[in-house]
Design a protein around this ligand. Structure first.
Ligand code: ZN
Ligand code: ZN
Length: 304
């Protein structure tokens, strides 16, 4: 709802007058986006948590990706883990799913009673079964000692393919297979009663993602800054920089993606590398060359 507000204006006299003003009332939004983490890659650092997102629509939480620490981040964002219902995994790299088993067991320990629908690419079903098996001892003793329900029947895994993924409570979710080299990655689009959001997961520039994101209000997209990649040193992975260059999107490419999709707001997340020495202007420069809409450099726990 939008409308004009009335503002009390104190004139020279004693009486205040109520006059129409040009202050535009900010509509109360039904959707809330929280960037739970904004760094790319599995290695923890002190500055940013691994990338994941929380969308809340009419009070219902939707979680996109489950990296290490996601359960704590959700609680910091005000989410009762027992209310976890909708979980979307973009792909099965550890910086996107290392916290999956922990999230399920901790939601269960927080009083989960209803079903959790979990969406993502294969082999998600096998990974979830393995996580439940890894936690079998804790589940068994808590069931016996605390009277909790079994966890496995509460978790419903949907191994998805491109197209419609879910429609419920006024929220429609579609996904597209982006291009993350050898690892299938689904980008998700959420059409809600007031805004549309697209989450890229990990991808190099992808026509399928551009089509999915066409006209969206908010595109949360991964990004890398090639000029800073030389600072990444990993003795165990001599080809890591080559891997990054081939499977991710540069700031400049991202500007072109956002322009082609015609989105309103571009949010940079899954920053690679996530060095604090990289300024916002350095992240923005390449994207700005090609995209004239709003661009936001994501920060952990930022709300939009
Ligand atoms: Zn990643
Ligand atoms: Zn990845």
């Amino acid at each position: 709802m939008t409308g004009w507000t009335r503002r009390r204006v104190l004139g020279a006299g004693a009486a205040g007058l109520l006059v129409p003003s040009l202050v535009h009332a900010r509509p109360r939004r039904r959707s809330r986006l929280v960037l739970l983490g904004t760094k790319g890659g599995p290695t923890p650092n002190r500055f940013r948590a691994p990338a994941s997102n929380l969308l809340v629509v009419d009070g219902e939480p939707y979680v996109i990706d489950a990296p290490d620490g996601v359960a704590s981040r959700l609680v910091q964002a005000g989410i009762d883990l027992a209310r976890l219902r909708n979980l979307f995994v973009t792909h099965n790299h550890s910086d996107h799913n290392a916290g999956l088993g922990a999230l399920l067991i901790l939601a269960w320990g927080s009083g989960l009673q209803d079903q959790v629908d979990l969406y993502g690419p294969a082999p998600l079903r096998r990974l979830v079964a393995a996580q439940l098996a890894a936690n079998a001892y804790d589940i068994q003793v808590r069931r016996a000692e605390e009277g909790r329900p079994p966890l496995a029947p509460l978790v419903r895994v949907h191994e998805i393919s491109a197209g419609p993924a879910m429609a419920r409570n006024g929220v429609r979710v579609r996904c597209a297979l982006a291009d993350h080299l050898t690892v299938p990655n689904y980008a998700y689009r959420f059409d809600t009663p007031d805004r549309s959001f697209v989450f890229s997961g990990d991808t190099r520039p992808s026509e399928a993602l551009i089509a999915l994101a066409r006209g969206a209000d908010v595109l949360v997209h991964e990004v890398m800054l090639p000029s800073a990649l030389g600072g990444i040193v990993d003795r165990n992975a001599p080809r890591v920089i080559d891997h990054i260059l081939r499977s991710h999107t540069t700031t400049e490419e991202l500007g072109r993606v956002a322009a082609a999709a015609g989105v309103r707001t571009l949010v940079l997340s899954h920053l690679v590398p996530a060095f604090p020495s990289i300024t916002d202007d350095m992240w923005l420069e390449g994207a700005r060359r090609h995209f004239s809409g709003e661009i936001i450099v994501g920060r952990d726990m930022m709300e939009l």
